[in-house]
Design a protein around this ligand. Structure first.
Ligand code: ATP
Ligand code: MG
Length: 691
């Protein structure tokens, strides 16, 4: 280790240090939560750079842009020591040139650069999952599939089935048999649909998320293409490897057939994405796939206190699969984790708010606390309460900013200008115009295609009365955006033009129009940071910011304090001083949709485990007893839930059980003390008019 780094590497334990300073042979770090895997990985990147590897020849794959940025920031800090004496910016500039990001965003970058090698045009646009679903469903109705009166899968399920097949490289029938047996009767229709889906994306020059991996994989597997890519990277490092799928491991294999320069890091007990075709086999079979692999395991957990760790260890020990982790912590003292009994969701929300504020009083800012939940709607009562009390929060996972209708609308204009063949966007913007339906819109797109995609052909169209005013403005807008001069004026100027045109439509379409207008203003601000329309579209589609605040600041601002609300899936790899887990009831976690198979229940257990292992010092597992639902006559009804099965009686003994509120805390009105009666009030009301 170079002298300058010595001090910083001192804080690693011997195993971590050996891993960080490992030579270039294949390396697997497989270890439990909070043992410093990610920490070791960033030290390793710094080490490789200190050994003279050019940062631009390092590929660092993580599961989100946030995670990648965080890691690069840490590498920056480490390199600053190396660059000490030199200018600080030198070190920073160096780590900035690392290829860091998700598999998907890296795929997009590489395919633009090298895709021609496999005959892929470099001007493709990318659509997100919900666009793919919409495309699927519009093809389905066009081809009139599944109209025999038998239940046909919905668009979300259609995409899920398709995705599972292509991501696991398997045929349709076995996937249906295993996961969607009720769809087997539609197998022929599904095949027709999926084939048309592939054709349609080609015709429109669009790639969806799955395509990005498939094409990258194909490029890497091609002899010449693989050579190009191998020349690009000297070291490839992957965090959270337990959540990769067959395509992703195949990509790595092609990037580095012998595992030279390859480091993967993960925890099989935290694999939570098998519903997206991830397979824990990747990490377990890594040593077989790469003979000569050095395996590093870590056992000291630096994140959680021993009492919290004891409880989480117990939960994972009771899984069907065996995970031999033996995690221990040297933080011996600390509050045992809580199971908090709440009467219902609302009390749960009140409890969380009160406890969060109490911790804040005691010096733990909101940013160091987080609320985690299985499903996005579990946090709704809490969000209402936070808003009412004016407590700032950011929500991660669930519906993202970019997935809101108005943002998608705005992006669709830009995407159509970028790629006039993109009919998903074309249909979207055309049908936004009053009086234009699917059928008319489709005709207009056909006309566009026949005229070599020149938008002015639309000026000959006689619009229906409802849209007479909008139409010429619309055609002019599209013409402007498509002209070569447009982009030179800057992408935020383009967003501004679209926004101006779209404002009256937005007003008519949505209730809370002014809040939505503000979102779009924010988006205009963000756009100014991008040098091309393509890069703007790509960034926003592939790694969408989670909330408007994120959009406004580009990152989480350090100076204003906010509470994090996150789905468990999006909390992977992160940690907070205090963690609140909502809705720890059977049916919520494990989710009632998972109850039919042992494997799915085990995945839910790992998910629960991921949630609980995010906590450093305080852990509150909330259990609302009463659950409301709408009964068949649409009346509110309620039932009593069971505590999640993942807290066995043995586990329970490692928790402290407490009610959300002690009886004496509650200021329930005592009947006897109340002196005013309803009759008095009425009397006053009557008297008002007689005097
Ligand atoms: P996860 O499985 O949740 O992704 P991880 O194994 O990646 O966890 P890290 O996030 O790298 O763990 O580390 C957990 C915490 O422990 C961090 O706060 C980190 O700074 C700290 N940590 C890691 N290694 C050490 C060490 N050798 N000494 C002190 N603290 C450490
Ligand atoms: Mg980690």
């Amino acid at each position: 280790i170079p002298q300058e780094l010595e001090e910083l590497f001192q804080q690693l334990n011997p195993e971590q240090r050996a891993a960080a300073c490992h030579d270039t042979g294949p390396l697997l770090i497989i270890a439990g939560a909070g043992t410093g895997k990610t920490t070791t990985l960033s030290h390793r990147v710094a080490y490789l750079i200190s050994q003279g590897i050019d940062p631009s020849r390092i590929l660092l794959l993580t599961f989100s842009r946030r995670a990648a940025n965080e890691m690069i920031r840490r590498v920056d800090n480490l390199l600053r020591a190396l660059g000490a004496g030199r200018e600080r910016s030198v070190a920073e500039a160096r780590s900035r040139s690392i290829w860091g990001g998700t598999f998907h965003s890296t795929a997009a970058r590489l395919l633009r650069r090298y895709g021609q090698a496999i005959g892929l045009p470099d001007d493709f646009t990318i659509i997100d999952r919900s666009d793919s679903e919409d495309l699927m469903s519009s093809i389905r109705s066009e081809l009139e599939l599944g109209n025999n009166g038998k239940k046909f899968p919905r668009k979300g399920t259609l995409l899920e089935i398709y995705s599972r097949c292509v991501n696991t490289c398997s045929k349709l029938e076995p996937i249906l048999e295993q996961h969607y047996p009720w769809c087997l009767e539609h197998v022929d229709d599904l095949k027709k649909l999926f084939q048309a889906f592939v054709d349609r994306k080609e015709k429109q020059n669009i790639l969806d998320y799955d395509d990005l991996l498939i094409f990258w994989h194909a490029l890497a597997a091609d002899p010449a293409g693989g050579k190009l890519l191998r020349g690009q990277f000297e070291a490839v490092l992957v965090d959270e490897y337990q959540d990769t799928n067959v395509l992703q491991s195949g990509i790595l294999k092609n990037l580095s057939p012998e595992g030279e320069g390859l480091t993967v890091v993960g925890d099989d007990a935290q694999s939570i994405y098998s519903f997206r075709a991830a397979t824990v086999r990747n990490i377990l079979d890594f040593p077989q796939a790469y003979p000569g692999t050095t395996i590093v395991t870590l056992e000291e957990n630096y994140r959680s206190t021993q009492p919290i760790l004891q409880a989480t260890n117990q939960i994972i020990d009771e899984a069907h699969e065996r995970y031999e982790k033996n995690l221990w912590s040297s933080k011996l003292t600390g509050e045992a984790p809580f199971i908090v009994d709440c009467s219902d969701n609302n009390e749960q929300a009140d409890f969380v708010v009160q406890q969060v504020l109490e911790h804040r009083e005691a010096g733990i800012p909101l940013q160091k606390q987080a609320v985690l939940f299985r499903a996005s709607n579990h946090s709704l009562p809490l969000e209402v309460e936070l808003a009412r009390r004016n407590i700032a929060y950011h929500k991660y996972g669930g519906l993202k900013f970019i997935e809101t209708a108005h943002v998608k609308d705005l992006m669709a204009y830009l995407r159509l200008a970028e790629n006039p063949r993109d009919a998903v966007s074309g249909l979207r913007v055309l049908t936004l115009l009053p009086g234009i339906g699917q059928k008319k819109a489709q005709q207009l797109l056909n006309v566009l295609a026949e005229s070599q995609f020149r938008f002015d052909v639309w000026s000959e169209f006689k619009p229906p009365a409802a849209t007479v005013e909008h139409w010429p403005l619309f055609v002019r807008l599209m013409n402007n955006l498509a002209s070569p001069q447009s982009e030179k004026k800057g992408i935020s100027a383009e967003v501004h033009q679209v926004r101006t045109f779209y404002a009256p439509i937005l007003d008519q379409q949505y209730d809370n129009a002014s809040a939505r207008q503000r979102d779009l203003e924010q988006l205009e601000q963000v756009a100014s940071r991008f040098s091309s329309r393509m890069s703007f579209l790509e960034e926003i589609t592939l790694d969408p910011p989670s909330s408007t605040q994120d959009v406004a600041t580009g990152s989480d601002k350090a100076d204003d304090d906010f509470l994090v609300l996150s789905t468990i899936h999006s909390s992977k790899g992160l940690e907070w001083d205090a963690v609140y887990v909502l809705q720890a009831a059977d049916g919520s976690i494990p989710s009632e949709m998972s109850l039919e198979s042992e494997e799915e229940i085990d995945e839910e257990r790992r998910l629960f485990y991921v949630a609980l292992t995010r906590a450093k010092n305080w852990l509150y597992v909330c259990f609302p007893h009463r659950q409301y639902f709408q009964n068949r006559r649409w009346n509110q009804a309620h039932s009593y839930a069971q505590l999640t099965r993942f807290v066995s009686s043995k586990t329970l003994s490692l928790f402290q059980r407490r009610p959300a509120f002690n009886a004496e805390d509650l200021d329930t009105p005592q009947e006897a003390q109340i002196e005013t009666t309803a009759e008095d009030i009425r009397k006053n009301l009557r008297n008002m008019w007689t005097a």
